[in-house]
Design a protein around this ligand. Structure first.
Ligand code: CU
Length: 182
């Protein structure tokens, strides 16, 4: 077996087409880079950035008070649930709460189409990601932070909500629901 030395000058000078491509790529990269802050100002696609710091136990208390106040009741007086999770119907314009915990979204929100709500999002254990399906929307949910999203459902139906941050062994089962009524 023989080893051959590489040619002393192994590279070839750049071809004109290759130079053109590199210049185009650099221009494209720089344009998108400098456009980022511009898009932030004029893009109208940033979530509202209202956040509060609070302990997970404080958030859990708020969620429990919210569920007690607005839980949907069966004719028998029992709280209506879906697979064990209570269904909550808050009035339009109110503050509503959604809590991520290993491995459910709690509670199930029943909202009215066209009404605006202030959705408080947080978790009481680890980081979770709120993904409202099939909308292309993802929001990070972090313990110790109450993240407020102003939402106005524009379409009636049932919208599954998924967790999109790996949060442990039951992550794939972490599916909740938002119900929007006409
Ligand atoms: Cu998860």
């Amino acid at each position: 077996m023989a080893f051959n030395l590489p040619e002393r000058v192994w590279w070839k000078p750049m071809h004109t087409e290759e130079k053109v491509w590199i210049v185009l790529c650099v221009i494209f990269g720089l344009t998108t880079f400098f456009f980022m802050p511009v898009w932030h100002m004029i893009g109208h696609q940033n979530p509202p950035s209202e956040t509060y710091k609070l302990l997970p136990s404080q958030f859990a208390d708020k969620v429990n008070t919210f569920v007690d106040q607005y839980a949907v009741k069966e004719a028998s007086g029992e709280v209506k649930t879906d697979k064990g999770t209570p269904i909550v119907h808050p009035p339009g314009g109110s503050d509503i709460y959604l809590m991520g915990k290993q491995w459910i979204w709690y509670p199930i929100l029943e909202l009215e189409k066209g009404k605006t709500y202030r959705l408080h999002l947080s978790t009481i254990d680890v980081e979770h990601g709120l993904s409202i399906y099939p909308l292309n929307m993802n929001f990070m949910a972090l313990p110790d932070y109450d993240y407020v999203l102003t939402i106005t459902p524009g379409e009636a139906g049932e919208f599954p909500i998924l967790c999109n941050e790996f949060c442990g062994i039951g992550h794939h089962k972490m599916v909740g629901k938002i119900i929007v009524k006409e």
